[in-house]
Design a protein around this ligand. Sequence first.
Ligand SMILES: [Zn+2]
Length: 321
Amino acid sequence: MAVIPFVPRIDDAPYATSQQLSPLVRRVIAENPSKFTYHGTGTYIIGTHDVVVIDPGPRLDSHRDALQRALDGCKVVGIVVTHCHADHSPLSQWLKESTGAPTFALGPHADVVFDADDVEEDDEEDEVDDTDSQSDEPRETIDVDFQPDVTVIDGEVFLTTDEFSLVAVATPGHTSNHLCVALQEEHALFTGDHIMGWSTTVVSPPDGDMSEYMRSLQKVADRGDAILYPTHGGPITEPGPFLSAYADHRREREQQILDQLAGGPKTIRDMVSVMYADVDKKLHKPARRSVWSHLIQLHRQGHVTVIDGDVPRRTSTYAAS
Ligand SMILES: [Zn+2]
């Protein structure tokens, strides 16, 4: 597999403290560590007096208080949400009410209907005692209440202060409404969960889409930003090699799926237990969803068929075309 040059750990970064990362960028990390959030959610504050907050984070009193301290003496002029997962958007409601600043996003979370067959039940997690498995249930992680005040459009300069301007970079894939934000003055891109500093991203159907995800990865690679600031993990200071390894990793996963199916029809569960044999079993459940998203893409391209139905489902049996 391609070796992704993940950035050094940021575990030394203290919680509830504002860290200055560049002349215009500060970060406050929420104390919500998990197998999906790494050390926690990194909330970014852009600017020195009129400021914009990107991804206020989870509903967590300690994080709310830390943000309040970090924002003391500043005027919040905008709140940007990269997407509506519960570790990113919920505190925007408090921040909006306490500052009067408008919220910006590509849109609310898509109105996704989960087919009963496609929701992975916790009791299926038979390989491991996964006590916090509720946390990765797709329905539970969505902040369905979030509605932006301002819907941004891909490519537009949507917010300007006397110090900086922010550009919307639509990056669907992790979710259909995922937004990255470019800080023009520092050639920096805030990547939300589209690109993470410590891990690959979960692309979970039906809202997650691997074809779109790969297009959005290429879109970011083509931009040539000097630095990427993910919500989880440290800043990526050499985006070029990182992004090409990140994309290669996905292509290799896709090839592994085709190799598996070359040996005969298989289910996603069969394939993941082989392909992810060297990965912590706690991560097999999200891995199954990512493999499913690859299979949907491969089915769309005519490379695989479903042998027990018409639609590529989570529980289908797949064969090479
Ligand atoms: Zn997310």
